[in-house]
Ligand binder design. Structure first.
Ligand code: 13P
Length: 277
């Protein structure tokens, strides 16, 4: 069933688990992810980021995500990840997304507030939820975060914008880690104590089990995972091609569905969102 972000995160926030937000770029990816969520009776968030539009156009992913969500027996939120402009957020809202992220983290604080507030106002009018980001989540290949989220700024930001969830920077990075990061859990605890709204961890791939557990027990309710799914699918394809070089397209599609399902299932268990619905 199709849900908004706040509907899905309410229970997670109360009962201290996280809902996985999986970047899905293909039919196989979506089918596998939903199979895992249904098998494990877990809510799930399907998302696509603006930088992924060349390979997974918003106009094509929207009907796929929405139809899959409506047909599913578990709660599914359809979310725009890292919207880079107000226009992109508006487009996703018009296409039926139930949640959008406006990523103004690279902007000066006041500009991030102004733009996020505008997106929130428009989204709320359409019954859509909003995630924003404060502090900088680093990029692949760099082994330190640029700037951690400031506690006092997070309070001002949330009050001024009215967002439903906030992505924070506590040493997490997108993409492949050079080595396993050590997240600043103390900073997470301080942000969570100052704000009771659901917090989001980006860059889920490569995080240690201990850090995942510390995150979900201290206020992280949504965890984004992209790279781990792509790597899992590629590994499965390579293995199948090695044992069966002439394997056909249709069996390979099944390999991709199964790999997507397995990686998503592994994360659902780690995030403790299984057996919740
Ligand atoms: P990873 O690719 O590191 O899992 O990050 C995903 C993400 O944060 C998408 O917004």
């Amino acid at each position: 069933m199709l849900c908004t972000l706040s509907e899905i995160l309410r229970d997670a926030n109360e009962r201290h688990y996280a809902v996985g937000a999986f970047n899905c770029l293909s039919l196989e990816n979506v089918m596998g992810a939903l199979e895992a969520a249904e098998d494990l009776r877990s809510p799930i968030i399907l998302q696509v980021a603006e930088v992924q539009f060349p390979e997974a156009p918003l106009e094509l992913m929207a009907p796929l995500f929405l139809r899959a969500a409506k047909l599913s027996s578990v709660p599914v939120c359809v979310h725009l990840d890292h919207g880079q402009s107000i226009e992109t957020c508006m487009k996703a809202i018009r296409l039926g997304f139930t949640s959008v992220m406006f990523d103004g983290a690279a902007l000066p604080f006041d500009e991030n507030v102004d733009n996020t507030r505008l997106v929130t106002r428009m989204a709320k009018a359409a019954g859509v939820d909003v995630e924003a980001e404060l502090g900088r989540v680093g990029d692949s290949g760099v082994d330190t975060a640029d700037v951690f989220t400031d506690v006092e700024e997070s309070v001002r930001f949330i009050e001024a914008t009215g967002v439903d969830a906030l992505a924070i920077a506590i040493g997490n990075l997108h993409g492949h880690y050079v080595h396993t990061p050590q997240l600043n859990i103390q900073r997470l605890i301080e942000i969570h104590e100052a704000n009771r709204l659901p917090l989001v961890l980006h860059g889920g791939s490569g995080t240690s089990v201990e850090d995942f557990k510390a995150c979900i027990h201290n206020g992280i309710c949504k965890i984004n995972v992209a790279t781990a799914i792509q790597r899992g699918i590629m590994k499965a394809i390579r293995e199948r091609m090695q044992t069966e070089p002439e394997v056909g397209y249709i069996p390979l599609k099944q390999v991709m569905i199964d790999a997507s399902r397995d990686v998503v299932a592994e994360h659902i268990r780690l995030f403790e969102s299984n057996s919740r619905v």
